[in-house]
Design a protein around this ligand. Structure first.
Ligand SMILES: Cc1ncc(COP(=O)(O)O)c(C=O)c1O
Length: 470
């Protein structure tokens, strides 16, 4: 293929050369992650200035374009898909999922309609069944593939709103929220910020929200549940972002469902606990909810971005996200856009299918068990101080603090500057904390030993000097 409109383009086999170069550079990157600085150096950050330019007036040689990314871009990445990264809840990329992603990117399918991409539609349908089965969700559950749990939560809560207004016989499609009976939202006061964002986009205000008391790990106290107002949505979580704690679904859901509430579970990283024998108990009763959100790009180690909205009321989800147009004809093929806010979407089902086909049921269980075992190993390494372990049994999350907030923050800075490991901090129940999230398939016991050693070094470096003896 030649590009005669580009300078020198007629002599170039652009497609082939560029793709080969990109593959080589990416292979090199992906196979050297362990040795890379986990956070970019000051020099690498300074080199980003090269991107700070006005729009070029003329075309640029594509080899130079790619080369600029490889030379100045790659060093300024965080090695977040490598084994020493414990920040946020990030996950890695299984090689098969990454390879399938490359293939899918080459196909460049639009998965809005089945007629646009029969393969994307087929794979969506297959993974819908697989995920529902793995997570033990009701057979009638449908699934939409979105960018992440934020949009999955938004989609599910939109379905909840539609469902409740249909039940209340409020003509939402004609009148919208104007003059509508209020919907009341209940949940633990430790919910993820993406839920607030989704609720505000959907037109709910603070006066409609009832954030309820939680225990020391952020679990909703069943005793804090009030009698619900009519038209209620109850939001629970499988995996609190700091502590990894799960709400007591088996106790709470029957009580609130008996009052007619819609129950949503935000399980961005934790919902996968249902797919592993050692952690399945954490999800007991979760199958009674109405909707769930989960990411494949976190615990399942599918590359970014890949989130899933799951809903047991297909008509509520579809009518909340409906879009029409005479050109959007129906066919017997699955139309993924009916279950997502977006129309045009890349075919996320390709890499999700590949990851699940590769892992199988036992591989998914093994991956989750691996993270939890490593989290236990780290807890044991830290048990003798000087860190206080704040959470116990927190799935893949380890939450620690030193005695004083200033020390905790200084230790975190020390660790982040080391280039050898990276994790993020937070404030948990008014205390500065260090959050360690173990969610990468490449992380081994040896990496956790290194992490423990680095954490001890950081603690020593920030301990106040002992008082001078007189
Ligand atoms: C519990 C929880 N909910 C929602 C989200 C938002 O997910 P995403 O970043 O995939 O949109 C996260 C992200 O970490 C999370 O941990």
């Amino acid at each position: 293929m030649t590009f005669s409109w580009l300078p020198g383009g007629s002599e170039l086999n652009l497609q082939q050369d560029l793709l080969d170069a990109a593959v080589l550079a990416t292979k090199h990157y992906a196979t050297t992650l362990d040795a890379r600085a986990v956070f970019p150096s000051q020099a690498a950050l300074a080199s980003l200035a090269v991107f700070d330019e006005a729009i070029p007036e003329a075309p640029c040689d594509p080899g130079t374009v790619l080369g600029t990314l490889a030379t100045h871009g790659a060093p300024a990445t965080t090695a977040s898909s490598g084994p020493n990264y414990y920040g946020f809840v990030t996950g890695g990329s299984l090689p098969i999922a990454l390879a399938a992603r490359w293939l899918g990117d080459g196909w460049d399918q639009n998965s809005a309609l089945g007629r646009m991409s029969p393969i994307a539609a087929q794979l969506e349908q297959t993974v819908e069944h697989w995920v529902t089965d793995l997570l033990g969700l009701p057979d009638e559950t449908v699934m939409g593939l979105v960018s992440g749990s934020s949009i999955a939560g938004l989609s599910a809560l939109a379905a909840a709103r539609t469902h409740l207004y249909t039940k209340a016989q409020w003509p939402f499609a004609e009148k919208g929220l104007h003059g509508a009976p209020p919907i009341h939202i209940y949940g633990p006061d430790s919910l993820h910020g993406s839920i607030d964002k989704a609720l505000s986009i959907l037109g709910f205000g603070a006066n409609q929200m009832h954030w309820l008391a939680t225990d020391s790990e952020g679990r909703l106290l069943p005793s804090a549940l009030p009698t619900l107002e009519p038209n209620a949505i109850v939001i629970l979580q499988a995996g609190q972002i700091c502590t990894g704690a799960f709400d007591d679904f088996a106790s709470i859901i029957p009580i609130v469902k008996a009052q007619g509430a819609w129950v949503h579970i935000d399980g961005a990283f934790g919902l996968w606990a249902a797919a592993c024998g050692a952690t399945r108990h954490l999800m007991a009763g979760a199958d009674q909810a109405d909707s769930w959100s989960v990411d494949a790009h976190k615990t399942l180690n599918v590359p970014y971005d890949c989130g899933l909205v799951l809903c047991r009321h297909p008509s509520a989800l579809k009518s909340a996200l409906t879009a029409s147009g005479s050109y959007l004809d129906q066919s017997s093929l699955r139309n993924g856009m009916e279950m997502t806010p977006e129309m045009s979407r890349r075919a996320r089902s390709v890499e999700l299918w590949a990851a699940l086909k590769f892992l199988g049921r036992s591989g998914v269980a093994g991956l989750i068990g691996h993270f939890c075992t490593l989290a236990d190993q780290l807890r044991e390494q830290l048990r003798n101080g000087p860190y206080t372990l704040i959470n116990e049994g927190g799935f893949n999350q380890v939450l620690v603090a030193l005695d004083e907030d200033a020390q905790t923050n200084a230790a975190l800075q020390f660790l982040q500057a080391s280039g050898r490991v990276w994790m993020s901090g937070a404030t948990w129940q008014d205390r500065a904390v260090i959050r360690i999230s173990i969610s990468n398939w490449q992380t081994t016991e040896a990496h956790i030993r290194l992490l423990g050693t680095e954490m001890q070094r950081a603690a020593q470096a920030v301990q106040p000097a002992p008082p001078a003896s007189s």
